[in-house]
Design a binder for this molecule. Structure first.
Ligand code: AHR
Length: 518
């Protein structure tokens, strides 16, 4: 018999003291949250709110790159509307050029005069022509326009050590060298700062189908030649496991250990009960999707446990550099382009996943949702000159106050809902304290049918004032379209009030709320 309530140990990484301070059991339709305001010690890296953009479908071309001669307003070929929208969500870091594309990409094809760059086939994604007009200079220009840090993924699967070595030299060396001279010849005098370097992508799959033992040796070799030039301090990220694959993590931690600064986990939580178009979800799909998204908690825990054994001083970060929901493509689009709509259920997936990353801030130092524009769980969709932002975008915007804030441990006690096969907790939560002392609590009501009343106790602080914003929808598949671009957007939230040292919150079904408590 299923228990009606869940002592929500998903907050586990930090919830040792739950029972000592938690209030009594919750009642039907109710939940209790304790925010331990005096126990904050970890910083939530803003890089947890990072992004990933690949040469895939219409992400780079059309999504960002329209070319200097385009009628679509642009700066040096990069569209202004997309940059402006992304600046609002304060993209901290952007991973490029793949994905699977990275292990087929030869960066020298993408430098020099555009008219002279070779045209190739993007064999992995739709077999379309890639003219290499968007290359290293364009990517680093994009990062400068966005005000974010670049994260470049090198080619291990079909590239060479020399290629990667030269890419680092080309982008970051300040002195006299063949690569620095080539960069200058191509119009960039000063080197860029490129801290984050990935050593291959999914090398257990599209990046070469390697065994972890073989990849670990290759990693050691490639990483040796990722040099620190001048003031550029590189941060090397090894290919990590897929989802639950603990063997890969075990071998990498054993064989590579402190030679990497990050280990990159990938986890896609699929689609509905069976793969569906984003806008075709039934209730059954909703529960299945949320249940799989919630698995991120167990996945993080198992990899962290291995990392804690090999790296008790917490020097190697867990980097979730690909994550998100993966639906069936929209009708009439190239299946290799992975173009999908984005709905309120995607917003809930984003909210609960970001809550999990926040709570795991001790080990998780970066995450990159797949992918920023027109691909998978995108922030932005474009259609020619038109652009809309998605419900997932709004969650990223609402969660900005968590960037670089101090994580406040949260203990949640709530009911579960859904069918036996896909039982889910009705509530997901995380909290942080900003530098100005304000506390932000993000709450997601995962129940698609019923709201939940939350008593949110702020232990160790005296709340005086609460305000908030909400993203919610009636329809299971609510989404924005080019005709109705603001069908779904955050509104100000009036469902929270201070009650002693707690805040009482009334969450409607299918909602994401971020509270600001003073
Ligand atoms: O994001 C789409 C693809 O998913 C990436 O190229 C690959 O790394 C993953 O399998």
């Amino acid at each position: 018999m299923q228990s009606r309530f869940l002592s929500f140990a998903v907050c586990v990484s930090l919830c040792g003291a739950l029972l000592a301070s938690a209030p009594g059991p919750a009642h039907a339709g109710q939940a209790k949250v304790v925010v331990r305001a005096a126990d904050g010690k970890e910083t939530i890296s803003r890089n947890i709110y990072g992004h990933f953009s690949e040469h895939l479908g219409r992400c780079i071309y059309e999504g960002y790159w329209v070319g200097e001669d385009s009628p679509i307003p642009n700066l040096r070929g990069i569209r202004n509307d997309v940059v402006e929208a992304l600046r609002k969500i304060k993209v901290p870091v952007l991973r490029w050029p793949g994905g699977c594309f990275a292990d087929e990409y030869h960066w020298m094809d993408g430098i020099g005069p555009r008219s002279e760059r070779p045209t190739m086939i993007n064999t992995h994604w739709g077999g379309v022509t890639e003219n290499n007009h968007f290359g290293t200079h364009e990517f680093l220009d994009l990062c400068e326009q966005l005000g974010c840090e670049p994260y470049i993924c090198g080619n291990v699967g079909s590239g060479t050590v020399r290629e990667l070595q030269q890419w680092v030299e080309y982008t970051t060396f300040d002195g006299v060298s063949p690569m620095a001279e080539l960069r200058r010849k191509n119009g960039r005098d000063q080197p860029w700062k490129v801290r984050y370097w990935g050593v291959g992508n999914e090398n257990w799959g599209c990046g070469g189908n390697m065994r972890p033992e073989y990849y670990a040796d290759l990693y050691r070799r490639y990483a040796t030649y990722i040099r620190n030039f001048g003031g550029n301090r590189t941060y090397k990220i090894a290919c990590g496991p897929s989802g639950h694959d603990t063997h890969w993590t075990e071998v990498l931690m054993r064989e590579v250990g402190g030679r990497m600064q990050g280990l990159a986990l990938h986890y896609y939580c699929g689609s509905g009960k069976r793969p569906k178009r984003a806008t075709e979800f039934t209730l059954e799909d909703w529960y299945a999707q949320m249940r799989r998204a919630l698995e991120i908690e167990a996945i993080l825990e198992k990899h962290e446990a291995i990392m804690d054994r090999y790296d008790p001083r917490n020097r190697v970060a867990l980097i979730v550099d690909e994550w998100g929901a993966w639906h069936v493509v929209e009708p009439g689009t190239n299946p290799g382009f992975l173009y999908q709509q984005n709905t309120i259920h995607d917003a809930l997936v984003a909210a609960l996943t970001l809550n999990a990353f926040n709570r795991h801030a001790r080990r998780v130092k970066m995450a990159n949702i797949a992918q920023t524009v027109n691909v998978l769980q995108a922030m932005i969709l474009t259609d020619g000159a038109r652009m809309i932002v998605t419900p997932t975008y709004h969650v990223f915007e609402m969660y900005v106050p968590h960037h670089d804030a101090t994580l406040l441990p949260t203990d949640v006690e709530c009911e579960r809902c859904g069918p036996e096969s896909d039982r889910i907790p009705v509530l997901s939560a995380s909290a942080s304290r900003a530098r100005d002392g304000k506390i932000h609590v993000s709450l997601a009501c995962l129940d698609p049918e019923n709201g939940v009343d939350v008593l949110c106790e702020i232990s160790g602080a005296s709340p005086q004032k609460v305000s908030g914003r909400i993203l919610a929808a009636e329809d299971l598949n609510a989404h924005n379209t080019f005709e109705r671009p603001e069908a779904l957007k955050p509104e100000s939230f009036s469902g929270a009030s201070v009650e002693g040292n707690a805040v009482r919150v009334s969450l409607p079904p299918k909602s994401v709320v971020v509270l600001e408590i003073e």
